[in-house]
Design a binder for this molecule. Structure first.
Ligand SMILES: [Zn+2]
Length: 708
C-alpha cells in the first residue's frame, strides 16, 4: 500500500527566507527541525532527533503555516497565479518536514511517547488544515483565478494545479456558510482523534491477540525455525518455556497453512478475527461506528448523499455507482471459483476421514495440501532460493536497471532509526543522483502491520528538492545467524512497494502538490501492482532466485510450477478482497441520518446483500481491524486496489504486445506515466499510454477466473 498520514489534498512546503526565527513559528533554533537537515537531499537526521522534538516542531509548524496562508489571503494585490497558487506551494515547510519524519517513526518504530504526540496533534493538524481550506478570503482569490483560467495562458501543469486546488477547496467545504464551516471543523477534529485512537487500539489489540501456547505439540506442523521464533517471541513477552504466535494484520494468518492441530488453528483464527472485539480497551467497535456516522454527517453538510459520493468526486471512478458496478462484475466469477475450491477442500477432508465441515481456519491448511498434490509445490522448497538481499539487489533493483537504467549504491553513513534499516543512493541513467531509498523489511512489535511506501522528502522543481523515499514491510526476521529467506508472496510485496518507490523517484513536477504519488487513490496502486509483474519475468527471476547454500539458480522446472500454480486458490483470494472492498463501500454509503450501527450486524448484512457472505471466506479485513479505511486514508477507496489491478494488468498487456521487458518500453512508461505524478488528467494519461481505455479482461485472465 501507499501510506500517507497527512491529508491527501496538499503536500505543503516552503522556502524559508528572511528572519528564520520569526518564520519558524517561534521554534527553538536548537530543535533539529528548525532547518532542513544538512544530510544529502535533506534526509532526516534520525541521530539528532529526540521524541521531545516533535511536539514543539508540530506546533510551530502549524503556526508558521497559518501565518503564511494569512499573508497570501490578505495580500492587497489583485489575485494572480503567482501570488496565490505558487505562493501556497511554498508554505508549510517546517510542518511538512516534521510530519514526514514523524510518519516514518509513527508507522515503523513507534513508542508510547510518539503515540501520545500522535493522539494530541492529530486533531490540531485537522483543525490547521481546516483553517486553510475554510479560509474564505483565500478561496475567493483561488475562485477568481479559476474563473479566468481560460485567459491566463498557463502551462499544462500550472493549469492542472489550479483545477486541483479549486476542486480540493470545494470538496473541503469552501462554499459552506460560516455556521456549517464550524460544524465541519468540529466533525473533522473528532474524526481525526478517533482515527488516531483506532490506530493505537489496533496496534495494542493485535499485540495482545498473539496466541500463547504451553505445549510444543500444539505447534505441530510448523518448521523448527518457526517454532524457534515462537519461543523467542514468548520469552521476549515474559513467558519462559512457552510459545507465542503473533498476529499479522490480515484475517488469515500464515501459520494456519502449516498447523496440524485443528484446535490450535481455530484458536489462532478466532484470536485474529476478534483481536479488537474483546470488550476491553482495545475494542474498536464504538470507535468505528462513530467514525462512519461522522463521515456521513460531513458528506451531508457538503451536499452529498454519502461519504463515498463525496470522496469519489476527484477519483478516476467518480461515483459509488461506478464502483458498485465494477465490483458486481467481478463477484460472480470470484465466488463461483471460491465455491468450487471449497468443494475440493471438503472432498480432501472427507477422503482423509476428517469428519468435519471445512471452516475458515481449515482453508489454508488443506488448500496447501491440494496445491502440493496438484502442483507439487512446497513453500519450503522455494524459500531457499529467495534470500532477501539477493531478491533486493538482483531482482528488484535489477529489473529497475533493465527497464529504466537505474543503479543503486548502498551507503552506511546516513543515520537510520533502527539497525535493520538500509539506505541506497539511486543513480539515474545519466549518472546523476535521482533519489535516496530506505528499506525497512522486518516485522517488529512497534511497527504497524502491512507494507507501505512514503516520502521523507518530496520532489519539487519549484523548491529544488529531490525525493527521499522509503519502503516498510513486515517479513519475519530470521533467528540470529540464519539467512533471511522470504516467501514468494514476500517477493511480490517487495516488487509492489518498490513500484510505489519508482513512482516517487521518477517524479518530475514543478509543484509539490502534484508530485509523484500524490495522485488519486484509484491510480496510485497502479505503478506498484504493475511492478509486481517483473518478479516472475524469466530474465529477472533467473537473476535473483539463487539457492542460498549451493549458489544454484532456481531450476526451470520449479519456475514453471510456480507459474502454473499462480492461479490456484484465486477464488478465495479475490473473494476475500472483494468482501473487504464491499465492507468499505457499505460503511461509507450510509446516509447522515442513519443511527449508530451495530458493527457486527451491519457487517453481516453488508456481506449478505452483495453475495459475499461465504462462511469459509471471511473478508481479508473485518471492519474492526480494517486499518486502511479507519486509520490510513483509504476510506471509500479500498476498491482502488482492484481498480488499479485492472490498470496494472492492462498496462502489462501493452508491454507483452510490444516486446516485454526492454529499456525502450521502460522509458516510454516512465515518460508517459510514472514520471508524471498528478500533472495531467489520469484517465487521459492512461489512454495516451495504452491507446485505449483500460479493459477488465487481462485482470480476470491473470487471476484464472476466465480463460484466454
Ligand atoms: Zn501499494
Amino acid at each position: 500500500m501507499k501510506y500517507t498520514y497527512r491529508l491527501p489534498l496538499l503536500v505543503m512546503l516552503t522556502i524559508s527566507t528572511g528572519s528564520a526565527f520569526a518564520q519558524n513559528g517561534g521554534l527553538d533554533p536548537s530543535n533539529p527541525f528548525f532547518t532542513p537537515s544538512n544530510l544529502p537531499l535533506h534526509a532526516p537526521a534520525f541521530d539528532k532527533i529526540k521524541n521531545s522534538d516533535y511536539k514543539p516542531a508540530f506546533e510551530a509548524g502549524m503556526k508558521q503555516r497559518l501565518e503564511e496562508i494569512k499573508k497570501i489571503a490578505n495580500n492587497p494585490a489583485a489575485p494572480t497565479f503567482a501570488n496565490t497558487l505558487v505562493a501556497m506551494e511554498k508554505t508549510g515547510l517546517l510542518l511538512t518536514r516534521v510530519q514526514e519524519t514523524f510518519d516514518v517513526l509513527a508507522g515503523a518504530y513507534t513508542n508510547p511517547e510518539l503515540q501520545k504526540v500522535e493522539e494530541e496533534e492529530a486533531p490540531k493538524l485537522a483543525a490547521n488544515s481546516d483553517e486553510v481550506y475554510l479560509n474564505t478570503k483565500l478561496f475567493k482569490r483561488i475562485e477568481a483565478i479559476y474563473t479566468k483560467r481560460a485567459q491566463l495562458k498557463l502551462d499544462a501543469e500550472s493549469k492542472r494545479l489550479l483545477e486541483v486546488y479549486y476542486q480540493n477547496f470545494v470538496l473541503a467545504g469552501a462554499r459552506l456558510s460560516e455556521t456549517d464551516k464550524e460544524k465541519l471543523k468540529k466533525l473533522n477534529q473528532e474524526e481525526a482523534s478517533l482515527s488516531a485512537k483506532f490506530s493505537s487500539q489496533l496496534l495494542a489489540g493485535t499485540k495482545a491477540g498473539g496466541v500463547l501456547l504451553n505445549d510444543k505439540s500444539e505447534l505441530a506442523g510448523l518448521s523448527d525455525a518457526a517454532i524457534e521464533v515462537a519461543a523467542r517471541n514468548a520469552k521476549a513477552a515474559g513467558h519462559d518455556r512457552q510459545y507465542l504466535i503473533s498476529l499479522q494484520n490480515t484475517t488469515q494468518q500464515p501459520d494456519l497453512q502449516s498447523l496440524t492441530n485443528r484446535a490450535t488453528r481455530q484458536k489462532l483464527y478466532e484470536s485474529s478475527i476478534n483481536r479488537t472485539e474483546r470488550g476491553d480497551a482495545n475494542d474498536t467497535r464504538a470507535t468505528i461506528a462513530r467514525m462512519a456516522q461522522i463521515r456521513a454527517q460531513k458528506a451531508s453538510l457538503l451536499g452529498f448523499s454519502s461519504y463515498a459520493a463525496w470522496k469519489l468526486q476527484n477519483q478516476m471512478a467518480k461515483t459509488p455507482a461506478a464502483v458498485e458496478s465494477f465490483l458486481s462484475k467481478l463477484v460472480p466469477a470470484a465466488t463461483a471459483k471460491a465455491k468450487q475450491e471449497a468443494a475440493d477442500i471438503q472432498a480432501l477432508i472427507d477422503e482423509q476421514k476428517g469428519g468435519f465441515k471445512v471452516e475458515a481456519w481449515d482453508w489454508n491448511f488443506y488448500s496447501e495440501q491440494l496445491r502440493k498434490a496438484r502442483f507439487d509445490l512446497d513453500e519450503n522448497q522455494i524459500k531457499p532460493y529467495l534470500e532477501i538481499d539477493n531478491v533486493l539487489r538482483n531482482g528488484v533493483f535489477y529489473a529497475a536497471n533493465l527497464l529504466y537504467g537505474l543503479t543503486f549504491k548502498e551507503r552506511k553513513d546516513l543515520p537510520v532509526y533502527q539497525e535493520d534499516v538500509r539506505v541506497f543512493d539511486v543513480i539515474d541513467k545519466d549518472g546523476s543522483q535521482l533519489a535516496i531509498f530506505y528499506c525497512d523489511y522486518f516485522k517488529r512489535d512497534n511497527k504497524r502491520g502491512g507494507a507501505w511506501m512514503s516520502n521523507m522528502v518530496d520532489q519539487s522543481k519549484l523548491l529544488g528538492t529531490k525525493p527521499v523515499i522509503y519502503n516498510v514491510c513486515n517479513f519475519t526476521k530470521p533467528a540470529p545467524g540464519q539467512p533471511a529467506l522470504i516467501s514468494a508472496s514476500d517477493v511480490r510485496t517487495m516488487f509492489h512497494e518498490f513500484g510505489h518507490a519508482l513512482h516517487g523517484m521518477f517524479a518530475s513536477q514543478q509543484y509539490p502538490t502534484l508530485s509523484g504519488t500524490a495522485t488519486a487513490r484509484d491510480f496510485v496502486e497502479f505503478p506498484s501492482q504493475f511492478n509486481e509483474h517483473w518478479a516472475m519475468d524469466p530474465k529477472v527471476i533467473k537473476h535473483y532466485a539463487i539457492h542460498y547454500k549451493t549458489g544454484e539458480p532456481m531450476p526451470q522446472e520449479l519456475i514453471n510450477k510456480i507459474n502454473k500454480a499462480a492461479t490456484f486458490n484465486q477464488g478465495y483470494s479475490f473473494t476475500e478482497i472483494l468482501a473487504a472492498h464491499n465492507l468499505d463501500l457499505q460503511w461509507h454509503n450510509l446516509p447522515a441520518n442513519a443511527p449508530l450501527k451495530d458493527v457486527d450486524q451491519y457487517e453481516a448484512e453488508s456481506l449478505h446483500k452483495t453475495g459475499l457472505d461465504l462462511p469459509q471466506v471471511p473478508p481479508r479485513y473485518r471492519s474492526t481491524y480494517f486499518a486502511h479505511i479507519w486509520g490510513n486514508g483509504y476510506a471509500a477507496g479500498y476498491y482502488a486496489y482492484s481498480w488499479t489491478e485492472m490498470l496494472a494488468h492492462d498496462a502489462f498487456a501493452w508491454f507483452q504486445e510490444n516486446g516485454g521487458l526492454t529499456r525502450a518500453n521502460g522509458q516510454r512508461f516512465r515518460d508517459m506515466v510514472i514520471s508524471r505524478g498528478n500533472s495531467q488528467d489520469l484517465a487521459t494519461m492512461y489512454r495516451n499510454f495504452r491507446g485505449k481505455d483500460p479493459q477488465i479482461k487481462p485482470l480476470l485472465i491473470s487471476r484464472g477466473l476466465i480463460k484466454e
